[in-house]
Each structure stands twice: as C-alpha cells, then as structure tokens.
Design a protein around this ligand. Structure first.
Ligand code: PLP
Length: 378
C-alpha cells in the first residue's frame, strides 16, 4: 500500500513541510519502538481485550472514577519491574516530569540538572521554586562544584537522563551516586530511552551500572519500548508516590490512561519480565548496525545503544541524505540546530528488535550508497 507521508523538518529556524510517497516497502528506522512491542500480537490482543472489557476511556481523572483494577495492577507491575516500592501513572512522561519537582522541592532546596536533560525535565524544574543549578553535560567536576555550593540548601536532588536521546550517551550513574552520597543528595533519573532494554534484564541504566539500590526516583514512559502507545510514570519510595497522588498537578487534573493503553503496556511488561530474549535480539542488531556502519567509514555517536546517531556535521547534508535514504525505502530523519548543537547535525537511526538482520543490512547498504553520493564515505 502506498500512503502520503507529510513531515515537518526544522532547519535553521525554517520550517519545511515535506511530502513523500510512503510505500509499504519502506523500513522505519526513526521510531522509539526499540523492542518492536507496538506490533507484538500479544500486546495488541491485550489492548483489544481491555478495550472490550473496560471501554475506550473512563472520562475522569484518577481520583474521581478513573481508577480501575487494571491501573492499580499496572502500577504494581511497574514497581515490581523496577524493584521499587510503588509507582504512579501519568498521561505521559512529560507530565510525570512536569509534576514531580514542585511537589518534592521547596525554595529552601536545590536541584542540580544536566544541561542536556530532556525538555520535560527542564520544564518541570521551571515549575518548582528550588534553587537551580545546571551542570555541564556528564561533567562530574562541574557537578561536584555545584554540589559543594548547594550545601547551604536544605535538600539536594540531582536530575539526569539515564540515556540522552540525541546522542544515546549514558549518564555515569555510579559516579553520580558516589557524589550524591558524599554531598548528601538524592538521585533522579529519566529512563525513557532505557526502560525495557538497558541492563542484563532490561530494568534500565541503573541496572546496567549496578546502582538500582542507590537511585531514589525514576520517571519513564510507556510510549517508547513498552508498547509505544502513551503514558508515563514515577516509581520510587512509598512516601513519595503517596505525596504525588495528593499533590502532583498533572496527575490530579488530567484524564486517566485509557484501558487499551494500560492493557497493552501491562502485557509489554509481562513479556519483558518473562524473558530477556527480545531485548537481547535488539542489542545484537544494534551491534550489527554499529559495526557495519563503522566498517563502511561512518562515525556513529554514543555506545552500545539503539540510538545510533550518524554524525554528519552539516545540517543541509543531513537533510539531503535523509531524503535520499527515504527514496531508497529507509525512513530516517536529519537532526540539526536547534534540536542538536550547531555543527553537530546528524541522522539519528534507531534500531528495533522488529528489524530483521536483512533490514539492518539493507539500511547499511543504503547509507553506503547515499554516503558515497554525498562524498561522506569513499
Ligand atoms: N523524557 C525523555 C528523555 C524523552 O525522550 C521523552 C520523549 O521524547 C520524554 C521524557 C517524554 O515522554 P512522553 O512521550 O511519554 O511524554
């Protein structure tokens, strides 16, 4: 089948609407569908069953008539998955990030945030009245200096993405937790690009780096690896989750998650708790893509993560190459300033367990041809 695909490209503040013929033979390499669960038959069946049994939606926020057993069940599963006390669901992780900091922190406290944290963390921090420190990206010396300065405040919270979405680079959580202990701070991580597949059993960056018992609070999404529909959550200590249920504005004043979304996400978590096979398959394909692309002469940012930024530098080159890739049936997007820093334009490729090895090879072959055409590789 062929469909028209319209997408918007931001380039040097200019917005271009581009229309392409999108054919059934096109492979998607730019979704956050890391584990391919959005099209998993069991995930779809669970969504349909919840739709049939509970309806399309509950027309209510959680604390009125928007809580059903399936919401409580999913919250318990999330807590079990992350090995924390309890969890609270939101309509999105954007909401979870918007709703946490102002509840937790007062003007007497301090928040220390990596400069490349996701926009939703930045917005959440804007909403709170704590003293704000922005440390340089992954820079432990800068973080330590700011922690020293923040000793004058009552409470300190360090906030970082577990995995950063533009480069697929990973926060040094062990060292961050060491600093947190030294300077009496708590650690918060956003695991949107880690939940379900980072670490030996896919628990996330905290599992990968051996700090599950040292990271206090996790926010993450159901809208990427866990079925890809929508929804977010906070998971952490019981007292915090109880407080969020009383005070967090996006939780109190926004509609509950629709049953089909909850049904699908619950099944996605069950699949991941039963076996690490899907995550391992994605990791093997990521390795294949990264090593084949590097052998072809491309520079790939980050390490060992399914976010594989093909670094090109020039914004126009990234955009032209992405257009040529689409003509070859590979759907990827060029990212340039202001989404990434000036001079760091790239095509962000994302690998999924749903890709076959042949899909990966087809993507690399297309990159090789398009890269040669544009003089990026020889
Ligand atoms: N945090 C990070 C690091 C993200 O990449 C995203 C989504 O792009 C979000 C939060 C927001 O997640 P959601 O789509 O569930 O609102």
């Amino acid at each position: 089948k062929s469909r028209n695909l319209i997408y918007v490209v931001f380039s040097n503040f200019q917005i271009n609407v581009i229309q392409f013929k999108f054919t059934g033979n096109t492979l998607n390499f730019c979704a956050n569908n890391y584990l391919g669960l959005s099209s998993h038959p069991a995930v779809i069946a669970a969504g349909i069953a919840a739709l049939r049994d509970y309806g399309a939606g509950l027309s209510s926020v959680r604390f009125i008539c928007g809580t059903q057993d399936l919401h409580k069940n999913l919250e318990q599963k999330i807590a079990e998955f992350h090995q924390r006390d309890d969890a609270i669901l939101y309509a999105s992780c954007f909401d979870a990030n918007a709703g946490i900091f102002e509840v937790l922190l007062t003007p007497e406290d301090a928040i220390l945030s990596d400069e490349l944290n996701h926009a939703s963390i930045i917005d959440g921090i804007r909403l709170c009245k704590a003293n704000k420190y922005r440390y340089r990206h992954l820079d432990l010396t800068d973080l330590e200096n700011k922690l020293k300065d923040a000793q004058k405040h009552r409470l300190r919270l360090i906030a970082t993405d577990g995995v950063f979405s533009m480069d697929g680079d990973i926060a040094p959580l062990k060292e961050i937790c060491d600093l947190a202990e030294k300077y009496n701070a708590m650690v918060f991580i956003d695991e949107c690009h880690a939940t379900g597949f980072m670490g030996p059993t896919g628990r996330g960056t905290d599992e990968l780096l051996g700090v599950m018992d040292r990271v206090a609070i996790i926010n993450s999404t159901l809208g990427k690896a866990l079925g890809g529909a929508a929804g977010g959550y906070t998971v952490g200590p019981q007292a915090l989750i109880d407080l969020l249920r009383q005070r967090s504005r996006p939780y109190l004043f926004s509609n509950t998650l629709p049953p089909p979304v909850v049904g699908s996400a619950t099944k996605a978590l069950e699949l991941l708790m039963a076996s690490a096979e899907i995550a391992q398959s994605m990791a093997a394909k990521t390795k294949r893509f990264r090593s084949e692309m590097q052998a072809a002469g491309f520079t790939i940012g980050g390490a060992d993560h399914p976010i594989c930024p093909v670094m090109l530098g020039d914004a126009r080159l990234a955009s032209l190459m992405a257009d040529d890739m689409l003509k070859k049936g590979i759907y990827v997007i060029g990212f340039s300033y202001p989404v990434v820093p000036k001079g760091k334009a790239r095509i962000r490729v994302q690998i999924s367990a749903a890709h076959s090895n042949e899909d990966i090879d087809r993507c690399v072959d297309s990159f090789r041809e398009v890269g040669r055409k544009h003089g990026v590789v020889s």
